[in-house]
Write a protein that binds this ligand. Sequence first.
Ligand SMILES: Nc1ncnc2c1ncn2[C@@H]1O[C@H](COP(=O)(O)OP(=O)(O)OP(=O)(O)O)[C@@H](O)[C@H]1O
Length: 683
Amino acid sequence: MNFLLADTFTAAFSRLATQDQKAVKASVFDLQMDPTGNGLQLHRIDKSKDQNFWSARVNRDVRLIVHRTGESMLVAYVDHHDDAYAWAERRRIEAHPRTGAVQIVEVRERVEDVAPPETFDFVAPQPALATAPQPHLFASLGDDALLSIGVPTDWLADVRAATEDGFFALAEHLPGEASEALLEYAATGALSAPMPATADPFAHPDALRRIRPIADQDELEQALAFPWEKWAVFLHPSQRDLTGRSFAGPARVAGSAGTGKTIVALHRAVRLARENPEARILLASFSQPLADAMARKLLVLAPETGGIVPRITTASFRGIAEQMYQLEHGLRPRIPSDAALRERLVEAAAAVQLKGFSPRFLLSEWTNVIDAWSIVSQEAYASVQRMGRKSRLGPNQRERLWPVFEAVRTALNAERYTTWAQVFTGPADGLADRSRKPFDHIVLDEAQDLAPAELRFFAALAPTGPDALFLAGDMGQRIFQHPYSWASLGVDVRGRSHTLKVCYRTSQQIRRAADHLLPAVLREVDGIEDERRGIVSVFDGPAPLVEVCENADAERVTVRATVTAWLEDGVAAREIGIFVRTPDLIGRARAALNGLLGADAITTVPMHLAKGLEFRAVVVMACDQGVLPLDERVADAADEAELDDIYETERRLLYVACTRAREHLLLTGVRPASEYLEDFRRA
Ligand SMILES: Nc1ncnc2c1ncn2[C@@H]1O[C@H](COP(=O)(O)OP(=O)(O)OP(=O)(O)O)[C@@H](O)[C@H]1O
């Protein structure tokens, strides 16, 4: 008999008190050992429309709801007695008549039978005083089309009557696949193609995202250990596909912020480790805090110690390269700071009386071209494409610049400095001819910000072959790198790049507004197009707020009032993040929080550190003209094209900051405000 867990159960389980959870766990384990349910006092729920629902007694108060057929035992829900019964009385579990996927369907009471909950009011007539009626979003879709995307038959009329305002209240009652397909239709005007049917209705990808077969005790232990981490057990079909698929060459998962790329990277690393007990896997991300966060999540997915976890190394991009450097050289690399580099560049420029290039330009050219691409000769500099450095530097300019860079390289060598690019390039060169590599599989998150030397390094760490290199990243969030061709470095993901479309982190309102900061289609150097239309968020929330204030005092008052309201509303201080463009603006953010209870727990950081974070509520402060985009950067642009590039990166920074928010977002600035606020408001 198949033993299965539904996400409705894990969600309800995570809400119970710890004592009750212990008792529920014991009952579920008993049930797994003996799926007949003997000893658990199973009672059929007579009032349910689905005769396969039974209740099992956990303790005096708590009841487990199971769905039992000849072939399967599905643990569907758990709650206090009356609520558990009420849940089962309004549900049925069945294979959808068209898609074939098993669904937990909320039974749609007829309007005359039951007063509709306040949150939805679809088939019921609109009040007479309603303002201009909103168009029905799905009026043009026939039954056939609605059934093809998994809308349960009882909900067809509601879906056809849904308007924009009420859709999310309705969506909560529909199976996820149906609401996502409807939202995508609302956004793009196209219906997604249905998934192919499977012989076993539980094996259908749409069923697997909510109902997971549990093979043994270990799996059950894992599913119950962290019930609030839904992602650990229930994946979207597209996430599941990317987790399980084998790729003949380097592959990539793309997708807007919050679509679960990190989750795919984690599941994939665990899957590869489980499948091959010999495999050594590297799971790396941009920074140490992000690597630490992945390591914590890894323990949720694979709690068993002594098992696969020791074979998965989690590290930051630089951390792993630095370790290898240290192993080889016996000491840590001495890395020049940006200030030290700038100083040497300015000195070298003065020595050759170079005029017309700002220190910022010299540093950027050094970092993004000379050092990034290991340029060591004037000839190489003359021919380098300066990919992503859109300013066209003619041969004369390069000729004038070269002595400066050459002098800086010599000075750095003399002072025993090693640049980050050199830290990555050394091991990459050393490993090129070796047959034994340190890892079998490399899985990288935040791949959009990999520098060329870093990409080469990671590609060299595992043997070329199937599933050697998997990259997760969103081009729309690239803030540290100029674009360049991955294919030119041998990492060609064309044909093996897949985009996730369902956003789990950010409410529909915030995501939609943030999307306006970026073009609808982003085109990469290697020709891959990243289509950003048709992304849907799985939940709804308040519209983001934009406040342009007369002065910094007024801004402080606005931010303080909003944060206070969030705290009073039950948002914990640690769930609030405040982002500003530069470190010296942090004081402006802290001033707004001065004296607020719990203010210390509120994160206040520059936008550059927002990557990978997540908060229930976010303020992006000081979005003033001159701050976003940052005047200093704009002033250094060599030409129009370079200016465009700066504008784009600044825009992406704001996009990253805004998309850290789950439910609430406030953007503030002082008049005259950043022009980006207008784009944001277009939503
Ligand atoms: N299948 C899922 N079920 C439930 N929650 C999920 C699922 N997949 C992802 N999430 C949640 O969505 C949020 C975003 O996931 P994740 O960090 O993997 O997205 P991302 O695409 O890497 O985001 P970003 O590009 O902004 O870093 C997280 O809170 C994660 O737990």
